[in-house]
Design a protein around this ligand. Structure first.
Ligand code: ZN
Length: 340
């Protein structure tokens, strides 16, 4: 009971802190990061939308992340209000629905979905319904999301392995790949002239990251590689844009989370599960940005601990905190009703 009271108090303080951090964010508004380079923070809590970017080239527009269909429809008029150049490319930073399920919306306008080649490999793994197998994630998600029902999955068809470059002499965007992280197909969009980096969910700026499709050890390396670019503006997959500290804070969170779990890697899954609240308390001191404080607070963090424990030991938590539960929770997070 005493412990419970302590939680309520911590949560209250944290909501205050997180709210402070959020004052700077402006959901559903367009921000010009540099001439011709735009950032739009998606409505994550209400609609599950991801952040978007777009770059206006001489002859066309490159959209960064396809979003959900409803997210694509949200930003489309905002792009059209700025330019009548055709939208030719939509870059999926990874295969998750909130970054790629809007592909068909862009394709209907004549755009080609672009991604790292592993994004298609990931879709083959998880989008089994599309590829002729049992219903996959799209079908699961469509039960909850009306915006999926009038459209369909459209895997990217223009793929890169190391780098893809868009350069009209004025703007240059390099689509890059630094290894496994949030998924096996994390693509980054790097603008070397403006030193702006769009990260997809390889880096987010808030407490909503899903870990079970990637590998936290490799993720730390991937973020370190991305940091070598020397970005001065970082546009994350979710949450407000910031500076280089966004990459460092995300990386440090995973380093700290892994250290907490590693201390317990010789313990049984049940025992580690019992320690989840203590681990959360330990991380809240330095890494509050990345830890959920709402109703899903413990469950979300527990899923991250379960994932890291599995990576370190090969063992899984008892079923009630299985990866499937974590994924379903992620779906709620990334798209259904708002989390109150
Ligand atoms: Zn994602």
């Amino acid at each position: 009971m005493k412990r419970m009271a302590a939680y309520v108090l911590t949560a209250g303080l944290l909501i205050g802190l997180v709210y402070q951090g959020r004052v700077a964010s402006q959901v559903n508004t367009v921000r010009e990061l540099a001439p011709g380079v735009y950032f739009h923070e998606g409505d994550l809590r209400g609609k599950g939308h991801c952040n978007n970017g777009w770059v206006i080239f001489d002859d066309y527009v490159l959209v960064l992340d396809a979003n959900f269909p409803s997210g694509a429809r949200e930003i489309l008029p905002k792009i059209k209000a700025q330019t009548n150049k055709p939208i030719r490319f939509a870059f999926d930073t990874h295969h998750h629905g909130d970054h790629s399920y809007g592909n068909q919306i862009w394709a209907d306008l004549g755009a080609v979905p672009v991604a790292h080649e592993n994004v298609v490999a990931e879709m083959r793994k998880y989008e089994t319904g599309f590829f002729g197998g049992r219903p996959g994630r799209w079908e699961e998600e469509a039960k909850q999301r009306e915006d999926l029902r009038a459209t369909r999955l459209k895997p990217p068809s223009l793929l890169y392995r190391d780098v893809m470059i868009f350069d009209d002499g004025r703007h240059r965007v390099e689509l890059r790949y630094f290894g496994v992280g949030h998924t096996h197909g994390d693509g980054f969009a790097w603008l070397p002239r403006e030193r702006i980096l769009f990260t997809g969910d390889a880096a987010v700026n808030g407490p909503f990251n899903f870990m079970a499709d990637g590998d936290s050890g490799a993720w730390i390396e991937t973020l370190a590689n991305a940091q070598k670019l020397g970005a001065t503006i970082v546009a994350p997959g979710h949450g407000p844009a910031g500076d280089a500290r966004v990459l460092e804070a995300q990386r440090q969170y995973f380093v700290a989370l892994r250290a907490e779990v590693a201390k317990r890697k010789d313990l049984t899954p049940d025992r580690v599960q019992t320690d989840v609240p203590a681990m959360r308390d330990a991380l809240l001191k330095q890494h509050a940005t990345y830890i959920e404080t709402g109703a899903q607070a413990i469950a979300g963090f527990e899923a991250q601990v379960a994932q890291v424990y599995k990576e370190l030991t090969g063992r899984e938590f008892p079923k009630r905190a299985s990866m499937e539960d974590a994924r379903r929770m992620h779906e709620r997070h990334h798209g259904i009703a708002s989390i109150q």
